[in-house]
Design a binder for this molecule. Structure first.
Ligand code: BGC
Length: 678
C-alpha cells in the first residue's frame, strides 16, 4: 500500500521517469539487430511517415505503429484536450517549475490518448512582432527560451512521451516560408539561434528534432548537412532522430545526404521509386538508409515504445492535473504593462464594470497546428461572472455601450487582439490590431478615464493610438482554457500579476532592430540569389540587444511587468562558485500585497575583444515574497555565462577580464550591479 501511495505521488509530481531518455548501448544494439532483419523495402518504407501523423509499424518484428500529435500548447489531432497557455506565455511566467509542470501535463494528456511523440516545443527566436508563429515560441532571448524549452521537454519526457523541438532552424518568419533563405553569419546563429536547440539536446536529451521549411544560407533545412550533421549530430552529439516539417523536403539525395532520418508526413522524396535506382546505380549505399532506420529505432527503444502500450488508461482524458497547471500558467504569464491605479478593480454593487470587445467572450487561441480544442474553457466574461455579485459586469459582445453607460462605469474593460484566423502559421500578421479594434478603444477613452485594455496576441502590437489614454494594459497572450478565469482574478486583485515580457514591445514597427531586414527586398536584389533571402543584418542585435545598441527607447522593455505590490532590491554580493559565480541579493516586498518577483541577471563584458551586446540575460529567479517580508535570492552564473562564440576557433570562448553583473527587475530597470573578474 505504501509503495502504491509513493507511486501515485511520484506520477502526480511528474518526477517518475517512465523511460530512459539517454540512448544506451543496449538500445543501439537492439535497434541494429532489428535493422539487420529488415528488407530494403521495409527500411525505405520506414523512413517516410504515413496517415498524416504516424510512423509505420512492422508487425513481424514487433515494432508498433507510432503516433504523433501537435503540438506546443496542447495535444491536437482528432481529440479535444487541455489547452495550455501558449509557448510564449510559458516563457512569460519566468517560472521554471511551471514550465516543467506544463510539460508533465502535456505528457500525461499524450499518454491518456496513446500519443508517443508530441510535436513541441517550438522555440524559434522572436525577431519581429510580425511572425505569425511567435505565440507558439518562447520570445527573443536565447537564455530564457532555452530554460523554457529544457523544462518543457523534461516534463513531457518524464511521462514516457517523446518531445520534438522545432523548427530547426531560423524559421523566424512565416511569410513565404518554403522559399525564403534565412542568411545569417556563424557567430549570430551560434549565439542567438542555436542555444535553445543545443540545450534541448545536451541538457534535456530531447528525443526528436523537426527541421524548418526555410532555407539556411541557401540550403533547405531538411537537406542541410551543415545544420543536421555538422552541428546537431556531430558537435552536439544528438542521438535521436531528425524529422522534416510536413512537406518541407525537396530532393531525394538532399534528404539522404543531409542527415534527415524521417520524412513527414509521407515519403515524397525518400520513397522506393526514387531510392532504389540510386542504390542500383551505386550513388547511394544501403547503409545510408540503415543509418536513418537505426536512428529512429534506437530512440523509440530508449523511450520504451517497443515494450509497453503507450495508452495509459489510468490517466483521464479530462486530466485534473493538466487543468490545474493550465490555470497556474495563465495566472503567472499575464503581464501587467501599465497601471495608473485602475487595477485591481473596485468591488461593490455601485461599481459597474463594462466589458466589451471582440475577445470578451471567446477563448482566444492562435491558429494552424498550434490550435487546440479544449474540453473545458472559461472566457473572460465567464471569469468576471464567477467573481460573484460584488463585481457587477455588463457584457457587450457585439456592438458598443452608449456614452452614458461608459461614463457611469467604474471601469471599462476592452478585450482586443488576434485569433486563430489572423495569427497563425504560413502567414505573418500585422503590427496593428485587426480592423476596428483601435477605434473601439479610442471610443471607450472618449467617454471614460478608467479604460483597461486586455490584449490577446503572440507579441507586441501597435498601441500608439491609445497607450497614453488608457489606465491599464494587461497582456494576456493566448492564455489557454483557464485564461478567462485567471485574467478575471488578476483584474479583481485575487491574483497578483507576476509575468514579465519575453520580448521588447516597440513604439513603432520601424523601431524594431530587424525592421530593415525582415522583409528582404534590398538584400534579395543586392545578393542576386535565385531564392528570396531574409538577411539577418542586425546580427546579434535582436530584441533588447538591438534597442540598447541603437539607443531606441521601447514602449515596454524586455523583462518588464508590473505587480500590485512593490519590491526593493538590496545587499548584493558575488561569491566564487564552481567555474563561475553565485550572485546573491535580497528582495523585499515593500507593498501591500503578497506577490512574486522575477529578478533578472544580465552580464556585460567591460573590455570585449569583439563587438558584444551591452548586456545579456544569463540567469533569473522568480521568488514569492509575502508583503512586508524579504527573501535572499541566489542565482548561479557558470563560466559559460561570460563566453562569446569565437568564429576563429568555432567555439565558445572566454576573454579573461572584468564583467559587470546587472541585477534588475527588467532589462531597463537595473537595481544593483556587481563587478567580477573571470
Ligand atoms: C507545422 C508543424 C506541425 C506540422 C504537423 C506543420 O505545418 O509547421 O509545426 O508540427 O504541421 O501539424
Amino acid at each position: 500500500m505504501k509503495k502504491l501511495i509513493l507511486l501515485v505521488a511520484a506520477i502526480a509530481l511528474g518526477t517518475f521517469a517512465l523511460s530512459a531518455q539517454s540512448i544506451t548501448k543496449e538500445d543501439k544494439d537492439r535497434a541494429k539487430a532489428l535493422v539487420e532483419k529488415m528488407t530494403l523495402e521495409e527500411k525505405i518504407d520506414y523512413i517516410g511517415g504515413f496517415d498524416g501523423f504516424y510512423i509505420r509499424g512492422i508487425e513481424r518484428l514487433g515494432i508498433p505503429q507510432i503516433r504523433m500529435a501537435d503540438g506546443p500548447q496542447g495535444v491536437r489531432n482528432n481529440t479535444k484536450s487541455t489547452l495550455f497557455a501558449c509557448g510564449v506565455a510559458s516563457a512569460a511566467t519566468w517560472n521554471e517549475e511551471a514550465m516543467k509542470e506544463m510539460g508533465v501535463g502535456l505528457g500525461q494528456d499524450a499518454r491518456a490518448r496513446g500519443v508517443h511523440i508530441l510535436l513541441g516545443p517550438g522555440v524559434n527566436i522572436y525577431r519581429s512582432p510580425l511572425c505569425g508563429r511567435n505565440f507558439e515560441y518562447m520570445g527573443e532571448d536565447p537564455y530564457l527560451a532555452a530554460r523554457a524549452a529544457v523544462n518543457y521537454i523534461k516534463g513531457v519526457q518524464s511521462q514516457g512521451v517523446m518531445a520534438t523541438i522545432k523548427h530547426f532552424a531560423l524559421n523566424n518568419q512565416e511569410y513565404d516560408r518554403h522559399h525564403v533563405s534565412s542568411d545569417v553569419d556563424e557567430r549570430t546563429i551560434n549565439e542567438i539561434y542555436f542555444p535553445t536547440f543545443r540545450a534541448a539536446v545536451t541538457e534535456a536529451k530531447v528525443g526528436s528534432v523537426m527541421t524548418s521549411y526555410n532555407l539556411i544560407n541557401g540550403v533547405h533545412a531538411a537537406e542541410n548537412p551543415w545544420l543536421i550533421r555538422t552541428n546537431l549530430k556531430e558537435a552536439w552529439g544528438f542521438q535521436g532522430f531528425v524529422m522534416s516539417d510536413w512537406t518541407s523536403t525537396y530532393t531525394t539525395l538532399g534528404c539522404i545526404r543531409g542527415g534527415l532520418d524521417l520524412e513527414m508526413p509521407q515519403a515524397f522524396q525518400m520513397n522506393a521509386e526514387a531510392i532504389k535506382p540510386l542504390i542500383e546505380a551505386g550513388i547511394v549505399e544501403e547503409s545510408e538508409i540503415d543509418e536513418k532506420v537505426q536512428n529512429i529505432l534506437q530512440a523509440l527503444i530508449a523511450f520504451g515504445f517497443l515494450d509497453r502500450p503507450q495508452l495509459d488508461k489510468n490517466i483521464s482524458e479530462d486530466n485534473e492535473y493538466s487543468r490545474k497547471i493550465a490555470y497556474k500558467l495563465s495566472c503567472e504569464s499575464a503581464v501587467l504593462l501599465k497601471n495608473t491605479g485602475a487595477l485591481p478593480l473596485k468591488s461593490g454593487k455601485k461599481n459597474t464594470i463594462v466589458l466589451m470587445g471582440p475577445n470578451a467572450d471567446v477563448i482566444p487561441c492562435g491558429g494552424g497546428s498550434g490550435r487546440v480544442d479544449p474540453i473545458h474553457s472559461t472566457s473572460l466574461a465567464e471569469g468576471m461572472k464567477s467573481l460573484g455579485k460584488n463585481y457587477v459586469t455588463k457584457l457587450y459582445k457585439d456592438g458598443k455601450p452608449d456614452a452614458n453607460t461608459l461614463k457611469k462605469a467604474a471601469a471599462v474593460i476592452v478585450s482586443v487582439g488576434f485569433d486563430k484566423t489572423c495569427e497563425k502559421e504560413n502567414s505573418d500578421r500585422t503590427f496593428t490590431l485587426p480592423a476596428g479594434q483601435d477605434e473601439l478603444i479610442e471610443y471607450a477613452c472618449q467617454h471614460s478615464d478608467k479604460v483597461i485594455v486586455v490584449i490577446y496576441a503572440g507579441g507586441a502590437i501597435d498601441m500608439s493610438r491609445w497607450q497614453d489614454k488608457v489606465s491599464a494594459i494587461l497582456m494576456g497572450w493566448y492564455p489557454g482554457q483557464e485564461g478567462g478565469q485567471a485574467i478575471a482574478n488578476i483584474l479583481a486583485g485575487k491574483v497578483n500579476p507576476s509575468g514579465k515580457l519575453p520580448m521588447t514591445f516597440e513604439k513603432t514597427l520601424e523601431d524594431n532592430p530587424t525592421y530593415r531586414f525582415y522583409y528582404p527586398v534590398e538584400a534579395r536584389t543586392k545578393r542576386g540569389m535565385s531564392c528570396k533571402t531574409a538577411f539577418y543584418g542586425e546580427g546579434l542585435f535582436v530584441g533588447y540587444r538591438g534597442y540598447e545598441r541603437n539607443g531606441v527607447e521601447p514602449a515596454y522593455p524586455f523583462g518588464h511587468g508590473l505587480s500590485y505590490t512593490s519590491f526593493e532590491y538590496m545587499a548584493s554580493n558575488t561569491i566564487k562558485s564552481g567555474d563561475g559565480y553565485d550572485v546573491v541579493f535580497t528582495v523585499m516586498n515593500t507593498g501591500k500585497y503578497d506577490g512574486a518577483e522575477v529578478s533578472e541577471i544580465y552580464v556585460g563584458e567591460k573590455n570585449p575583444c569583439v563587438v558584444r551586446p551591452a548586456k545579456e540575460l544569463k540567469g533569473f529567479a522568480k521568488t514569492f515574497i509575502p508583503k512586508g517580508k524579504a527573501a535572499k535570492v541566489t542565482v548561479h552564473l557558470p563560466k559559460s555565462a561570460f563566453e562569446y562564440y569565437d568564429v576563429k576557433s568555432h567555439s565558445w570562448t572566454l576573454n579573461p577580464g572584468y564583467f559587470t553583473i546587472y541585477i534588475g527587475s527588467s532589462s531597463a530597470d537595473i537595481r544593483l550591479t556587481e563587478e567580477v573578474l573571470m
